[in-house]
Design a protein around this ligand. Structure first.
Ligand SMILES: *[C@@H]1O[C@H](CO)[C@@H](O)[C@H](O)[C@H]1NC(C)=O
Ligand SMILES: *[C@@H]1O[C@H](CO)[C@@H](O)[C@H](O)[C@H]1NC(C)=O
Ligand SMILES: *[C@@H]1O[C@H](CO)[C@@H](O)[C@H](O)[C@H]1NC(C)=O
Ligand SMILES: *[C@@H]1O[C@H](CO)[C@@H](O)[C@H](O)[C@H]1NC(C)=O
Ligand SMILES: *[C@@H]1O[C@H](CO)[C@@H](O)[C@H](O)[C@H]1NC(C)=O
Ligand SMILES: *[C@@H]1O[C@H](CO)[C@@H](O)[C@H](O)[C@H]1NC(C)=O
Ligand SMILES: *[C@@H]1O[C@H](CO)[C@@H](O)[C@H](O)[C@H]1NC(C)=O
Ligand SMILES: *[C@@H]1O[C@H](CO)[C@@H](O)[C@H](O)[C@H]1NC(C)=O
Length: 798
């Protein structure tokens, strides 16, 4: 039947070759011309177009793009390109199916720049299918060539990714030519990301310091196939899988390796006009190698991108190029009595270790590094690894790949001349230039940002240096592994395996002794203490009004369960059975900040640590995770305290989970949060952004300092008028602060009496200043949590 139809159509096609916009496709002997605007192929459902797309001045590429979001000349969502590296002229260029069966793209003057090299005895036919696949078939319907088999930087749902596929990033935003990052199956059958520059290459995902199984990958299945299904489930034969955050809905999606080296899954929002990120490989962009040069720290700033900054005592080597990194401002003597160390908190420099020394005291580690002339500093950290727990000292020959990983609770010590330790210990020098064109907006709006030629070059060089660096690390590391024969402490560099799992209801019922010991009650559920079968003590939250389907619940729990930060409470698992929805968390012996503030005397140092830790946890939620992980109910009751008086934020992700769809489009139907901690946006029905959490955090800071609850209001007796009034906590602190110029006693007047006057005046000033900035009415005037962390870490006085 079908062949009869083709037989009918075929002679017609011969007589009137198609050359206009068509979803019928193109027959052998016909062409699409670059000059004719209507010469595009459209998929039957209208989702995709294929045709010539401008990529520069008078430069065109043959491409496939989404028709929605509606696009003009330079804002189309392109998913495939035939000639990304060799654009053709805007006049005289053509894509033609030759009678021989070859599909050829000719530049002006009939110079072929791209071809499928297909041969067919029978006439061939080119058609754009619904999924965005451009297919060349012979007359019998056999597929000769398809664009799905040669992707550029994007993978569409149901497009198989296999051994021969490779996604290669664009050079930059707006320049579609091949960049330096690629996704591929390596020879061990593992789906990997690699930086591949002109001179060096290095794999950066899965984390190179992990063995495949440690990264959750399997090397056994050599069929090497990965696919994203139409509901948002990505799975690969190396056992790597993820679910899109909006898993379950059939919407437009695309998996793309972005020009910044990250892979992201984009979903088209319901409005059909904006792409949002629904999954990404790297929550922390500074993990992608090759941005900042030696002796500098990569930091990620929301709405801006990555930045580099020199470590104290170092200055930028070349003011036009961050990839060259920083050089010392001092001359370092080889005489060990003349050197000292500066501590950089939570900073990690990866690789370049001389060796690793277990169970060494800080003093011995300093001594060791002082004695080695080439030692630039050392990493000193506690590592929890099976059978080899301990403190490890890693003296370093080079300080490269510096950044502040969210889970990193260890310090880096930089070697500087002893005489100048005090000079450099003021680390408040500001972060300078931006390091590259790798700007990706946190808003995850898929917006285009113009880039700059010289920065492009900088990136190129940065990557080259990064590659060399990596090669060296790898060699050094291999050497160390061989000589040491003991790799386990390296495992400490990974997150402890979370053991995140599903529990049965019966199991949890037993663990909580039939839900007998209630330890807390919140807006979303009741919390019970439990002892799991393996002996661990857990806190089990039973959600009150979770009436969503199991698949949706699972997708969200998976998202939340994967968040891993030392200042976020850890989720061990969940239970979804029938109507029951329960979450299993680690249990915090010391209870909440609220309890600690009212019953115990937290000293100043503990309070400051709690302020910093809480900010780090929230910054991670807001800035390094996907956009909708707002907390929306920050208050001392939701900040738990561990045995070392480190704070752990709890209950994150729940407001989203219980109001799916609402939060995503920042239209909350009901007011959430707790009186006293709620930002004005709630009251005035303004858009809800991460700044609502910043506001609540500011109030918590004031409470930490003053020991007064914001819900109560504060009774004041004004000097001028003897009438008694009630003030809000914020107004009360602002008034005292305003008097600061006249008198220094304000600090004493507002501090928590439980502190008995023992506090650090400078830290106190910074906490109050930050708090008041956080509680400004205008949300845009408030800092981001990331900025808060930077400010607090900079001013921490030790
Ligand atoms: C894109 O980058 C490549 C390589 O740097 C360069 O040759 C090309 O001219 C750029 N294209 C555009 C349109 O800027
Ligand atoms: C793209 O540009 C066209 C016209 O230039 C405009 O109508 C459309 O709204 C733009 N789309 C986006 C997503 O900016
Ligand atoms: C794949 O992952 C699942 C769960 O994450 C695990 O149970 C299974 O053993 C893994 N398979 C292989 C071959 O590693
Ligand atoms: C490898 O993966 C494919 C596709 O998922 C599957 O059909 C096959 O059974 C797997 N092979 C082995 C040995 O696990
Ligand atoms: C996702 O796909 C994989 C492979 O087909 C399957 O094993 C897994 O159960 C799917 N996950 C969900 C939640 O459907
Ligand atoms: C910095 O680098 C640029 C470009 O590589 C070079 O032209 C310039 O001379 C360098 N400046 C210094 C001070 O080395
Ligand atoms: C190292 O410096 C100390 C004091 O600065 C000095 O006394 C000592 O002689 C020096 N040692 C060497 C080997 O130069
Ligand atoms: C370090 O010391 C601890 C406590 O003494 C011990 O348990 C551990 O095994 C030691 N680690 C190594 C690598 O020697």
């Amino acid at each position: 039947m079908a062949s009869q139809l083709i037989l009918l159509v075929f002679p017609l096609a011969l007589f009137c070759p198609l050359s206009t916009s068509s979803s019928d496709g193109l027959w052998a002997g016909s062409c699409l011309a670059v000059e004719t605007a209507g010469d595009v192929l459209t998929s039957p459902d209208g989702t995709f177009n294929a045709g010539f797309h401008p990529v520069g001045q008078n430069a065109y590429s043959f491409a496939i793009w989404f028709n929605k979001p509606s696009c003009g000349a330079n804002n189309c969502t392109i998913v495939w390109m035939a000639n990304r590296d060799q654009p053709v002229n805007g006049r005289g260029s053509k894509l033609c199916i030759l009678k021989s069966g070859n599909l050829v793209l000719n530049d002006a003057g009939s110079i072929p720049v791209w071809e499928t090299k297909t041969v067919s005895q029978s006439p061939t036919h080119l058609k754009l299918a619904d999924g965005g696949n451009l297919i060349l078939r012979n007359f019998e319907g056999l597929i000769l060539w398809q664009s799905y088999n040669s992707p550029t930087d994007t993978l569409l749902p149901l497009q198989p990714f296999n051994e021969n596929s490779k996604l290669i990033s664009s050079r930059s935003q707006g320049n579609y030519s091949s960049g330096y990052f690629q996704l591929y199956f390596d020879t061990d059958n593992v789906l990997s990301l690699m930086y591949k520059g002109p001179e060096f290459s290095s794999v950066y995902w899965p984390s190179p310091w992990l063995l495949s199984w440690e990264a959750g990958r399997s090397t056994f299945n050599n069929s090497k196939i990965a696919i994203l299904d139409s509901l948002g489930n990505f799975s690969s034969t190396d056992n790597f899988t993820f679910l899109s955050a909006d898993y379950g809905s059939k919407i437009s999606r695309m998996l793309k390796i972005d020009f910044d080296g990250n892979i992201r899954l984009y979903s088209l929002k319901e409005d059909g006009e904006t792409w949002v990120v629904s999954w990404q490989a790297f929550p922390q962009p500074c993990m992608v190698h090759g941005c900042c040069g030696p002796n500098s720290i990569c930091i990620y700033i929301p709405n801006f991108g990555r930045k580099c900054s020199c470590i104290p005592g170092y200055k930028m080597k070349n003011h036009t190029d961050w990839s060259l990194g920083c050089e010392p401002e001092f001359h370092l003597s080889c005489n060990q009595t003349e050197v000292g160390f500066l501590k950089l908190r939570h900073v990690e420099f990866y690789g370049y270790d001389f060796n690793m020394y277990p169970n060494v005291t800080l003093e011995d580690c300093k001594k060791m590094c002082s004695q080695m002339c080439d030692c630039k500093g050392f990493q000193y950290r506690f590592i929890k690894a099976h059978e080899s727990d301990g403190i490890y000292c890693y003296p370093k020959t080079q300080l490269l790949n510096g950044h502040r990983p969210p889970n990193f609770n260890a310090d880096l010590y930089v070697k500087v001349p002893k005489a100048t330790v005090s000079v450099y210990s003021d680390t408040s020098q500001d972060f300078e230039l931006q390091c590259s064109n790798q700007v990706q907006q946190l808003e995850r709006k898929y917006s285009k940002i113009r880039e700059n030629e010289s920065l492009k070059f900088a990136l190129w060089v940065a990557c080259a240096v990064g590659g060399l660096a990596f090669l060296t690390i790898f060699l050094v590391w291999c050497f160390l592994i061989r000589t040491n024969g003991n790799s386990s402490p390296k495992e400490g560099y990974l997150l402890a395996p979370t053991g995140f799992r599903k529990f049965t209801y019966a199991e949890l019922k037993k663990a909580t002794n039939n839900f007998s010991e209630e330890i807390g009650k919140g807006a979303v559920g009741i919390v019970y203490k439990a002892t799991l079968s393996d002996g661990r003590v857990a806190a089990i939250k039973r959600l009150i009004d979770a009436n969503q389907g199991e698949a949706e619940f699972l997708a969200e729990v998976n998202t939340i369960g994967k968040l891993n930060h030392m200042n976020l409470i850890e989720m061990w698992g969940y239970c979804a059975e029938g109507k029951h929805r329960l979450l299993v968390y680690e249990y915090m012996e010391h209870g909440s900040l609220a309890e600690n503030l009212s019953f115990k005397a937290l000293d100043w140092k503990e309070r400051f640590e709690i302020a910093v830790g809480t900010a780090r946890g929230l910054a991670y939620l807001h800035e390094e995770c996907l956009e909708w992980v707002l907390h929306c109910d920050i208050k001392p009751q939701n900040i738990l305290i561990d045995s070392k008086y480190q704070p752990k934020v709890s209950d994150f992700g729940l407001s989203w989970m219980l109001n799916r769809g609402d939060v995503k489009y920042s239209k909350f139907s009901r007011i959430r949060g707790t009186r006293g901690y709620m930002a004005p946006e709630w009251v005035f029905n303004l858009p809800i952004t991460s700044k609502v959490d910043v506001y609540s955090y500011g109030i918590v800071l004031l409470e930490l300092v003053t020991g007064r609850s914001p819900a109560m209001g504060i009774q004041v007796t004004d000097n001028e008028s003897p009438k008694e009034e009630r003030r809000t906590l914020v107004a009360w602190v602002r008034e005292h602060m305003a008097r600061a110029k006249e008198t220094e006693t304000w600090k004493h007047e507002i501090t928590d009496p439980k502190l008995e006057g023992i506090y650090d005046g400078a830290e106190m000033l910074i906490l109050v200043t930050v708090a008041l900035r956080c509680v400004q009415e205008e949300k845009d005037a408030r800092p981001t949590m990331g900025e808060v962390v930077e400010i607090l870490l900079r001013h921490e006085s030790h």
